[in-house]
Structures are given as structure tokens and as C-alpha cells.
Design a protein. Structure first.
Length: 256
């Protein structure tokens, strides 16, 4: 099937405008060189793994987001200079770009990043990753082993509610993480496992009588590594929170 599809494309025949569904693995492993692969707006369903292993200049989705929202691993192992998502897309489905190598990917309109979305991928435009402002969730293993990421800035993600287990685990190039108000975020086990850089909490935080001196320090350190430096840029100390803070200063915690 793939050889036939490539033969048709090489002949300059654009057959996609005459289809409503892209079958499972239709473009599997195809090398299109410097050509763009454009998914037209007549496509109503893209089945799983449709673009696995594809190499192209740009992969452009002009279809509606619901055409690909239910497809698993649809762009796994993709190699492209740029991917342009549907303009109405707000949710990235499980494993959509795992193992992919992409130059540019704009996810500024995305509100939820699912499980293993970018697992072991290399997205060049994510070198200094800035989270979408309306982001509410980062799923389990979403960015695991994304070694090219050097910094993660989630400080403007005011609606962020969850960072699931191992979300940024094993990102060897990662040096700085900026977080919003962590008192409003559920952070999973090992979310920053093997990370030994700086975690800067930009949102407000209060150390007071209600927080256990040992529990909060231990909980935060479980999210990363004990060598991780936690920096709070907008923290307030109230009452017996001073005793808590004196203990935390011994464990790589700072207030600026």
C-alpha cells in the first residue's frame, strides 16, 4: 500500500481531496523529501499511525481537530521541519508526537497535553519551552526523555491544575523550570525525576502554621532530586512558618 501511495504522489496526483478517511498506516514510512503533506478540510477521520515514520518538509492539518483527536500515535516517529495543527485544536491525544523530530510546532492554543505526547521526541522549537497560557494539564510521561529541552516556563499558565507522574522525567538537558502558584497544582510522583537544576516558583506561596515543617520539604524534593534548588520569588512567611523556612533552607530552598 505504501509503495502505491508513494507512486501516486510522485506522479503528482493529489488523491486526498477525494477521500473522507485516511486509513491506518496509509503513509507509513514514506519519505517525501522536501515536499509538504497537506491534509485537506474534507478529511473527517485520520486513523491511528497514519503518518508514522513519515519524512517531509511540513505536515499541515487543514482538517478539523476532531478528525485526529481519537487517533493514537498518529505522528509517531515523524520527521518534519514543521507541523501545523488544526486551528481549532485544543487537546493533544496520547502519544501523538512520541519519538518525533520536528523543527517547529506551535501549541499556543492547546489546553491539555495527554499521556506520552512528546515521549523521547526532539522538537526544536521546544528547546526553551513556554507553556500555553490556557494549559490545564500535562499528562504522565508527556515530555519524558526530551533531551533537547533546556528550560520549561509554566509561570504564565494560570489555569494549570495538574502535572502528572514523570511528566518531565529524564530530560537530561533541562536546567531551569518556572512554575506558577504550586499550591493550586497537583504534581505527580517523579514529575521532575533526575532533574538537578533550579525550580523557580514564580507564583505566590505562603509558609504558615498550617504546613508541616518536614512534609512540605520532603514532598517537593520527591518531585525532583535532593540536589534540585527550589527558589520562591513571591513567598510570604507567617507565624510558625519561620521555623519551617529555617529547616527548608538546609535542604536547597531559597526565597528571593
Amino acid at each position: 500500500m505504501q509503495e502505491f501511495v508513494k507512486f501516486i504522489l510522485d506522479a503528482g496526483v493529489d488523491f486526498l481531496p477525494h477521500m473522507s478517511t485516511i486509513p491506518y498506516e496509509l503513509f507509513y514510512g514514506l519519505d517525501l523529501g522536501n515536499r509538504d503533506l497537506i491534509i485537506p478540510d474534507n478529511i473527517e477521520q485520520v486513523n491511528g499511525r497514519a503518518f508514522v515514520g513519515v519524512k517531509c518538509n511540513r505536515l499541515i492539518f487543514n482538517c478539523k481537530s476532531n478528525a485526529i483527536e481519537t487517533s493514537l500515535g498518529v505522528c509517531e516517529d515523524l520527521v518534519a521541519n514543521e507541523v501545523i495543527l488544526p486551528s481549532d485544536m485544543r487537546f493533544l491525544k496520547k502519544g501523538m508526537f512520541c519519538y518525533a523530530e520536528i523543527g517547529k510546532l506551535d501549541i499556543s492554543n492547546i489546553e491539555e497535553i495527554d499521556y506520552e505526547m512528546f515521549y523521547n521526541s526532539n522538537i526544536k522549537s521546544f528547546d526553551n519551552f513556554v507553556g500555553p497560557q490556557k494549559l490545564t494539564k500535562i499528562g504522565e510521561d508527556a515530555f519524558t526523555r526530551c533531551h533537547n529541552i533546556q528550560s520549561v516556563d509554566l509561570s504564565k499558565c494560570e489555569n494549570l491544575q495538574r502535572i502528572d507522574d514523570y511528566a518531565f522525567s529524564g530530560c537530561e538537558g533541562l536546567k531551569e523550570i518556572y512554575l506558577p502558584d504550586i499550591s493550586l497544582i497537583e504534581i505527580g510522583i517523579g514529575a521532575f525525576q533526575k532533574f538537578k537544576g533550579k525550580i523557580i516558583v514564580a507564583g505566590p506561596y505562603i509558609f504558615d502554621d498550617s504546613q508541616s515543617q518536614e512534609d512540605i520539604a520532603d514532598t517537593l524534593q520527591e518531585l525532583a532530586e535532593k540536589e534540585t534548588i527550589w527558589i520562591f520569588t513571591d513567598a510570604t512567611i507567617k507565624g510558625t512558618g519561620e521555623r519551617l523556612w529555617q529547616e527548608m533552607k538546609k535542604k536547597n530552598f531559597m526565597i528571593l
